[in-house]
Design a protein around this ligand. Structure first.
Ligand code: HEM
Length: 488
């Protein structure tokens, strides 16, 4: 399927020709969509109406696509052919965190190389000792819970982990939320701000400013707290740059690079860009990785054979030492990597990506007028039996050895795009995979998982609020007996 900007053609279909769920006059399908289940609703409709189909939110018609080639073409046609939904930019600017995720045009072009450089594999390797340190602190926290026989609030602990990692890497200042006794951490504010952003983006109508202001008065308090934290990071960076001006030429992390650029004449980077990207790193790096890990821990617990395979690999790589020692060892965790990709195939935390057409164009043989929002569904291709045998099974072996033959692997990679695709693909993917491997290796090496459960048991419900998360999971651990660990 090609995505091209061609004029109207009689062989092409229009949005009006496409099937889709029947809606109400004026409101369209808006009332049929519950925000926290939006991804499942869109996937259900794809099963009923096929690919592509049309959904109407108010007067706005959105094209919904799920074929991986179509999705990849749309995502690759950014930034000139498509942009993120306009509302992402407006809401982020209004809430004060216009950064790489929400920026467009020249601003995005200027920022992208800086963020990429701050998160590239070389930086992750340099940062490895600090990553190990945060992972050891998570281990100690979990050992205390295991010794006390206490249930672990899985996502909350994983978010402490990802916040400490992200602030350490991107801002040179580990917040140590893993050691914080109370819940009064930066996460408390992020947990309010993220859903508010999603509410704004997905709202069927634009509320008048005064009404929005009144509804969001509590949100403003959380934003103020976050803003104070962000300003604190920037002030600390300014002090470091004043103490050691050579850092301006050789910045050691993202925030130093951005502050130095902000001070360079003609760089086009302003105070708001710096603050916006500090916010963005916190927002983009926290929930995504923490919830991917939460899904993965739950899936491993449900699939003991896969967990045993991964543990054997971890034991072999650790070779008797309690923790990984060097970044190169991450490359040897192929089974853990395969488990991570299986988890992201079955439970993608970004289950859809929106792209708004910048001009009249054609997607999957359908004429798409300028301004139309194309919703790319990321999960259906990963559940397609033609690409994945027994697609509902969590089976890391399909990606390994003979079963994971090169051609099968290539089509699997094309079908699942957990980090998106094209020029706006996630710049945090190397960091995310390093965090995932470190946490899972630590868990398998040191603990037996007695239970991972949502309240009421059963399969945890999927909830969409910025990312697709499992409902709150409780985990109970036992220390793995040293005799068994050493014998392994
Ligand atoms: C498992 C964890 C993660 C997943 C599944 C994930 C997924 C994604 C996806 C799907 C996108 C949109 C890509 C597109 O539009 O094509 C994205 C964008 C982004 N991610 Fe991640 N992400 C993860 C972790 C991280 C981390 C750890 C960071 C940084 C600390 C990060 C920073 C960003 C940023 C800044 C963008 C916007 C890029 C742009 O618009 O140019 N992500 N991520």
């Amino acid at each position: 399927m090609s995505t091209t900007a061609t004029a109207a053609s009689p062989t092409l279909r229009t949005l009006a020709d496409l099937p889709g769920p029947r809606g109400l006059p004026i409101l369209g399908n808006a009332l049929q969509i519950r925000r926290e289940r939006i991804h499942q609703q869109l996937e259900d409709w794809a099963r009923i109406h096929g690919d592509p189909y049309v959904v109407r939110i108010g007067r706005r018609k959105c094209l919904v696509v799920s074929a991986p080639d179509t999705v990849a073409n749309v995502l690759r046609a950014r930034p000139d052919g498509f942009r993120r939904n306009e509302r992402v930019e407006t809401a982020s600017r209004d809430l004060g965190f216009l950064g790489l995720f929400s920026a467009e045009g020249e601003t995005w072009r200027r920022q992208r190389p800086m963020v990429l450089a701050g998160l590239d594999p070389a930086h992750i390797r340099e940062f490895f000792p600090a990553l190990l340190d945060v992972t050891e602190r998570l281990r100690r926290r979990w050992e205390q819970a295991a010794d006390a026989g206490a249930a672990i609030d899985l996502q909350a602990d994983l978010m402490r982990y990802t916040v400490d990692v992200t602030t350490g890497l991107a801002f040179g200042e580990d917040l140590h939320t893993l050691e914080a006794r109370s819940d009064d951490t930066i996460q408390r504010h992020l947990n309010v701000v993220l859903p508010a952003l999603v509410r704004r983006i997905l709202s069927p109508v634009d509320l008048p400013g005064w009404l929005r202001h009144w509804r969001e008065r509590e949100l403003r308090l959380h934003l103020q707290e976050l803003r104070a934290a962000v300003d604190g990071f920037i002030a600390a960076t300014r002090r470091k740059l004043a103490d050691d001006p050579s850092l301006r030429e050789r910045p050691q992390n993202l925030i130093q690079a951005m502050v130095a650029a902000r001070d360079r004449e003609g760089s086009g980077v302003g105070d708001e860009d710096v603050a916006g990207n500090v916010f963005t790193m916190l927002l983009a790096g926290e929930d995504t990785t923490a919830n991917t890990l939460a899904w993965m821990v739950w899936l491993l617990h449900r699939n003991p054979a896969a967990a045993a395979l991964a543990r054997d690999e971890v034991d072999a790589v650790l070779a008797g030492s309690p923790a990984l020692r060097e970044a190169a060892q991450l490359q040897r965790l192929d089974v853990v990597d395969a488990c991570a990709h299986e988890a992201m195939r079955l439970k993608p935390v970004a289950p859809f990506i929106g792209a708004q057409a910048m001009q009249d164009t054609v997607v999957a043989g359908v004429q798409v007028p300028r301004g139309t929002l194309v919703l790319c569904l990321m999960r259906p291709a990963g559940l397609d039996g033609a690409t994945f045998a027994r697609p509902e099974a969590f089976d890391p072996k399909r990606r390994l050895g003979e079963q994971g033959a090169a051609h099968a692997m290539a089509s699997a990679r094309r079908a699942t795009m957990p980090f998106g695709a094209g020029p706006r693909m996630c710049p945090g993917r190397y960091l995310a995979l390093a965090e995932i491997k470190l946490v899972i290796a630590m868990l398998l090496a040191h603990f037996e998982v007695d239970s991972v459960e949502a309240e009421g048991g059963g399969e945890p419900r999927e909830t969409f609020a910025f990312v697709m998360a499992p409902e709150r999971l409780r985990m109970r651990l036992r220390r793995r007996s040293t005799a068994r660990a050493a014998a392994a």
